[in-house]
Write a protein that binds this ligand. Sequence first.
Ligand SMILES: C[S@@+](CC[C@H](N)C(=O)[O-])C[C@H]1O[C@@H](n2cnc3c(N)ncnc32)[C@H](O)[C@@H]1O
Length: 322
Amino acid sequence: MIQTKTYNKEILKTITAGLEQQPKRLPSWLFYDEIGDKIFQAIMRMPTYYLTACEFDIFRNQKDRILNHIMSDEGSFKLVELGAGDGTKTEVLLDHFLKKQTPFTYVPVDVSEAVLAQLATRLSKSLPDLKIHPECKLYNEALEIMKNDTSEKKLILFLGANIGNFSKDEAITFIKKLAVNMNAPDRLLIGFDLKKDPRLIQAAYDDPEGITREFNLNLLGRINREFGGQFDLELFSHYPFYDPETGVTKSFLVSNQEQEVWIDAIEKSIHFDKAEIIHTEVSQKYDLKMINLLSAQSGLEIVDVIYDQKEYFADVVLKLKD
Ligand SMILES: C[S@@+](CC[C@H](N)C(=O)[O-])C[C@H]1O[C@@H](n2cnc3c(N)ncnc32)[C@H](O)[C@@H]1O
């Protein structure tokens, strides 16, 4: 019997469009399949990836300050986390909120089904009293659900510099869309990785052990596994670049030679010139002036700016403008 493989059409459409445009570009959410999730967890443990330690520092030391932004006598709230990943940092807050007997439901949203399953399994053991409703969705789809839900107030978390994966303009568009779904008592907490010594930033995206390289190349590995691609990972290299003038880190995959790469799911080859790139990730770094501008242009007001002890990172609490 001939078996025909079924492909995820939406993901395939995104990949085909990205590889057929000039310059080639794939969105960074494609990094996160089961293997990509595991590599990202290894990145979070790298000493050079300071972002995780900074946000842990904030949550461990400022959890009451964060809770006070949403806690009131008026019943429960929803803790919606966009791009929750494995939620290890968030667990510090969840644990604290439960200890304070605050009634809330945790709604982690992530495009990766594997990471959400891992998160839910871990939390069911470590925090058995937690009410949790995972949603396997893209951010935009999650905004649609929020639009129709006015039953409880919300604390929306957007951590780990996920906002940095948008360009400055895309970030304004996205926050505006989020703001439309917020009511006066709701709060939005966004993690911003701050501008700092360019060498520290560069090292976070280009570690000596090659874990970030493996993460970037896994995108091609994913196309091979899920869509019958024939990428030879040895024929591409990882190139991250931080520009301190704009605060943007960009990651690329560079074709080491001219090549044709066959992909079963689209029944054709994609041509690469020698040194042609695929742009795979943006990571925008911010300063306070940029954060002020972003909130003002998105119709929000800053309520609090919470720094880690090194002031490498800031979790910023926002609300609708009065
Ligand atoms: C850089 S990781 C950060 C995870 C976590 N927020 C943290 O701070 O450790 C980004 C996470 O967001 C998810 N993600 C990225 N883009 C997404 C999108 N457009 N919609 C939904 N989830 C997305 C990924 O699957 C991944 O788990």
